[in-house]
Design a protein around this ligand. Structure first.
Ligand SMILES: *Cc1c(COP(=O)(O)O)cnc(C)c1O
Length: 350
């Protein structure tokens, strides 16, 4: 395979003159800023919220760089991973012409965002063991295939995709391979971030929405070659990460220890809960999980789902999703919430 990023970029993006903000045009030291039409008097909140935020979030990236062990130039920050997904389409996929491949059942945004951008979606469903069907995948690739999406650990199945299979795709596809690692902190498997230097076609997505407990702040991360990051930066809205998020995330990143403790606690509860579920007569199967949720096959799934609602417990009904017949996706809760759920299910059994 011969990877050529320049051939992959849409022509309108290659030729684009990006918006140049006041912060782009003047970057030196100064004490009087009269260049961005901000309110120089201040704001009802803290003083610095009257100023536009750093468009490239360098301070934040420096800290993320330390936490993740990746140089800042290899990091792109988005308003959630969802913004990164949309930007990858807008940078690399020509509407009405190019196609992408997803491996269902998987995260819904790859498909929704492709549809919004008028990109053809090709599907190589996972096999019964929820692993990649490499043979089928290969038959779908043509010269207009720009991106292959691999979610690992996968949502909603919870399993990690075999490392070797992902490398097979990376080695044999000359478009972009996006590995979405939203749940990587709960997994036994290693992140693909360490392989960025080996694969110029690799993009790894991570997020602060899951293990870091910061879903409300909307911070997604894309790790890739400097060249890919440059293209994403060209297309993103200039101030896509607001100052409040940058400030709060900087504070949160000081608490790696606390987050690691939470991850361990969630993983322990997940494994314990998996055993309890497996012992319930109404449960047909608990799938192995590398994430912070369990996919559970239930005998009378509609009845159980509705019953849990009457008890004020909401889980995700995935029974209409390919390969997930009769399945509920259940997020690991607090100790108390998990007990409420188990007690409710035991009561249903009578
Ligand atoms: C939750 C989730 C995300 C997170 O998206 P954000 O926009 O960062 O909140 C991304 N990918 C997958 C597979 C997810 O399940």
């Amino acid at each position: 395979m011969s990877f050529n990023l320049s051939q992959l970029i849409r022509n309108n993006i290659k030729n684009l003159t990006p918006y140049s903000s006041a912060r782009d045009e003047f970057k030196g030291e100064a004490s009087v800023f009269l260049d961005a039409n901000e309110n120089s008097l201040g704001s009802p909140l803290m003083k610095w919220y009257n100023r536009y935020p750093d468009p490239y979030q360098w301070k934040l990236k420096e800290v993320i760089s330390t936490v993740k062990g990746i140089a800042s130039q290899h990091i792109f920050l988005g308003n959630g991973s969802d913004e990164c997904i949309d930007l990858l389409y807008r940078c690399f996929c020509n509407p009405g012409k190019d196609n992408i491949i997803i491996c269902p059942p998987t995260y819904g945004m790859y498909e929704v965002s492709a549809n919004i951008n008028d990109i053809e979606i090709r599907k190589a469903p996972l096999m019964d063991d929820f692993q990649l069907d490499l043979v089928h995948l290969e038959t779908l690739i043509d010269t207009n295939t720009k991106i292959i999406w691999i979610c690992s650990p996968n949502n909603p199945t919870g399993n990690s995709i075999n490392h070797h299979d992902v490398e097979m795709v990376l080695n044999n596809f000359d478009g972009l391979v996006v590995v979405d690692e939203a749940y990587i902190n709960f997994a036994r498997q290693k992140s693909f971030v360490g392989l960025l230097t080996d694969y110029p076609n690799l993009v790894v997505l991570q997020t602060l929405s899951k293990a870091w407990g910061l879903a409300a702040l909307r911070l997604g991360m894309a790790f890739a070659s400097e060249e890919i990051i440059t293209v994403l930066n060209k297309v993103k809205p200039p101030y896509n990460i607001n100052q409040a998020t940058q400030d709060l995330v900087l504070k949160a990143l000081e608490e790696v220890g606390q987050v690691n403790d939470m991850i361990k606690e969630i993983v322990d509860m997940r494994d314990a809960l998996a055993e309890v579920f497996a012992s319930l007569p109404s449960v047909e199967k608990v799938y192995p999980s590398d994430a912070n949720f369990l996919l559970v096959k239930i005998k009378d799934v509609r009845k159980v789902y509705q019953y849990l609602l009457t008890r004020g417990i909401v889980v995700r009904d995935r029974s209409n999703v390919l390969l997930c017949d009769n399945c509920l996706r259940i997020t690991i809760g607090t100790e108390k919430e998990n007990t409420l759920l188990v007690d409710a299910l035991l009561e249903l059994e009578g």
